[in-house]
Ligand binder design. Structure first.
Ligand SMILES: [Zn+2]
Length: 320
């Protein structure tokens, strides 16, 4: 589909789907080399953030594939160096990718459409890794900030921010290590007792300087597999809440059992599921710019597209 559409700029992970099945690590079922096909179609190819920067403002089409699977998340990529960052140390982040896309696409005098997905918010919500999901949300917010800066000098830009679904999760308060008691649940502060978390951002990069502070956000899911709740950020890499037993059922990952204060949480979804699931809550949509007035009240998700189509005047005939 991507090759048929041939967008001017295409950046992300998933290179395993672009290489023929005989290439080690390929996830294709055929032998098509889509990287070569894109190159033959005139694309420059970038595989790390240096190559992305080198192609930041060049003309022509750009394919950036920075990881064979899912790109590492900000917490691992920029701060903890966990996940697969040792293997792929030079991955760009969402803000850098958004910047390159805007710089290149905005050269088109006829305008452009850019879709930026903060996809790892979802990808870290599935394994109930709330610290990573929250950090991804901050990064997504910074990508929106970049778009709003762009809009200041290009006021004919419509920005639409929404989600394609929610997860069954909420912030319910804080965990405070300094609260008395031995059970971690006694250290959970709710309502006014939650207070504020004590993250610091001394270098003003918008991210907490460290996430394992003594009074931290407490998020909780309303669904998931059997797992251990540790009440702490996962400093060794993304959370793997459940693993398969010999009957192919997902059971709580014992790796977290001995974290001080960890408690067993009984799952409430079928045992063939290894992670939390999407929820059907209404999602928030925020929009600013020409056409934004088309978004109001309660809307069906499929009607969002109609506002975009109207704003871009799709389907209208040009008459001279
Ligand atoms: Zn998902």
């Amino acid at each position: 589909m991507l090759y048929d559409v041939k967008p001017e700029v295409l950046l992300g992970g998933g290179s395993a789907y672009f290489l023929g099945k005989d290439v080690p690590g390929s996830k294709r079922k055929d032998n098509q080399d889509y990287i070569q096909l894109f190159k033959d179609a005139g694309y420059k190819v970038a595989t790390n953030k240096d190559e992305l920067a080198a192609n930041a403002t060049a003309d022509g089409k750009l394919l950036g594939l920075f990881h064979p699977g899912n790109m590492d998340v900000t917490l691992d990529r920029e701060f903890l160096k966990k996940g697969t960052v040792d293997k792929y140390p030079n991955q760009p982040g969402l803000v850098a990718m958004t910047k390159v896309a805007l710089d290149r696409l905005s050269k088109n005098e006829d305008g452009f459409f850019l879709m930026v997905e903060g996809s790892s918010i979802d990808k870290m919500s599935h394994p109930l890794d709330w610290d990573r999901a929250v950090i991804e949300t901050i990064e997504f917010d910074q990508a929106i900030g970049l778009a709003r800066e762009f809009q200041k000098s290009h006021p004919d830009t419509l920005i639409v921010v929404t989600g394609d679904h929610t997860h069954g999760v909420s912030i319910i308060g804080t965990v405070d290590d300094d609260k008395p008691g031995t059970e971690m649940r006694e250290k959970v502060g709710t309502y006014a007792d939650a207070g504020f978390p004590n993250y610091k951002d001394e270098n003003k990069d918008g991210f907490p300087d460290k996430i394992d502070v003594s009074r931290r956000l407490f998020l909780n899911a309303n669904n998931g597999p059997d797992h251990y709740e540790t009440f702490r950020p996962k400093m060794d890499g993304p959370f793997v809440p459940a693993i398969q037993n010999e009957k192919k059922e997902y059971v709580a990952n014992e790796q977290y059992k001995d974290v001080p204060g960890a408690v067993f949480v009984q799952g409430n979804i079928p045992k063939n599921g290894d992670s939390g699931v999407h929820a059907v809550d209404d999602v928030v949509l925020q929009s600013v710019g020409p056409g934004a007035e088309g978004f109001r009240g309660y809307m069906e998700q499929s009607d969002v597209y109609k506002v975009l189509a109207d704003t871009l005047a799709l389907g209208t005939k040009q008459t001279n």
